[in-house]
Design a binder for this molecule. Structure first.
Ligand code: SF4
Ligand code: SF4
Length: 160
């Protein structure tokens, strides 16, 4: 299954450390600066997100958020207000390689890079740690199969 963003907003919540607005050019146009690469590009507010952009409540919750990121108070989801013109680095980003869902279908964990688990679920963490010892040094495809089998036995499901 291809990567599917669930708009949790985690990835954009600290990108204010990278992205800044160098210039407000008016009419929803901004010069965005990436402080690590030095890149600058013009970005444009999505036509349906001007009101959302004007709401700055996101920064009380996530003070380091990207200047264009907003949580929508209506649906609670995270939105990029310049989605159509967002930088390449944001277009290329996928935050998981394997997505682990709990028995209720909620996200329980993400496997990033090769074998890094990101989770707040202590049960899943414990299964993962135990399985690491059991699986050992299997090659990547076999390792995935064995880890998926291990978490599936505990009632989780995995999307890849
Ligand atoms: S890319 Fe991942 S971390 Fe970012 S909002 Fe989507 S699901 Fe959340
Ligand atoms: S430009 Fe958009 S996608 Fe990129 S970090 Fe900011 S809010 Fe997130």
């Amino acid at each position: 299954m291809p990567f599917e963003c669930i708009q949790c907003g985690e990835c954009c919540s600290h990108l204010g450390l990278v992205h800044s607005i160098r210039q407000d050019r008016g009419n929803g146009r901004f010069l965005l600066h990436n402080q690590y690469t030095g890149d600058e590009q013009e970005v444009v507010l999505d036509s349906d997100k001007a009101d959302l952009y004007a709401d700055r409540s996101t920064f009380s919750r996530e003070p380091e958020a990207c200047p264009f990121f907003r949580f929508n108070p209506v649906d609670g989801r995270g939105y990029c207000t310049i989605h159509l013109t967002r930088p390449e680095i944001c277009r290329d980003f996928s935050c998981w390689r394997l997505l682990i869902l709990d028995p209720a279908g909620n996200r329980a964990g993400r496997v990033m890079f090769i074998r890094t688990l990101v989770t707040d679920d202590p049960v899943l963490r414990a299964i993962w740690e135990e399985s690491l010892d059991t699986i050992g040094d299997a090659e990547d495809a076999a390792w995935d199969d064995l880890m998926i089998a291990a978490v599936s036995r505990a009632g989780y499901s995995v999307r890849k």
